[in-house]
Write a new protein. Structure first.
Length: 134
């Protein structure tokens, strides 16, 4: 069975690397079809448009490597806007994937969204502990 894998953010640094790795695996004989959607054709913040895309494309698996980026200065100047757009992208895709019956979803986040002085890699801990130590 050929898996249909949607890579959101395929033109970015991480998404592009994932796309190249999937292409290599496909060339080596792995059965999958790579699905992408250019930003000009699909606004990943638009819930209805993303649901329509998922209905038409029918992905089995989704990799979310999409997000609004702009560098440190832009993040400092517009922190709420970056957070809002990136949350919208993630929640919109997750919602559409759930409605479409997607088997697997991988959501990637950027270390740029975490506190500046957070340890890297950030340890997994319950929110109650994080409030005391982060």
């Amino acid at each position: 069975m050929t898996r249909r894998i949607f890579v959101a953010g395929h033109r970015g640094m991480v998404g592009g690397a994932i796309l190249r790795a999937l292409a290599q695996r496909h060339a080596a004989g792995e059965a999958h079809e790579i699905l992408t959607a250019p930003r000009a054709g699909l606004d990943l913040r638009d819930r209805d448009a993303v649901v329509r895309f998922f209905h038409a494309a029918r992905p089995d698996q989704v990799i979310i490597a999409a997000g609004r980026v702009g560098g440190i200065a832009a993040n400092i100047a517009q922190p709420a806007e970056f957070l809002h757009d990136n949350l919208m992208i993630a929640t919109t895709i997750i919602h559409a994937a759930q409605k479409a019956g997607v088997d697997r979803l991988l959501n990637l986040g950027s270390s740029c969204i975490y506190p500046r002085d957070a340890p890297q890699p950030m340890p997994a801990m319950p929110p109650s502990r994080c409030r005391k130590t982060c």
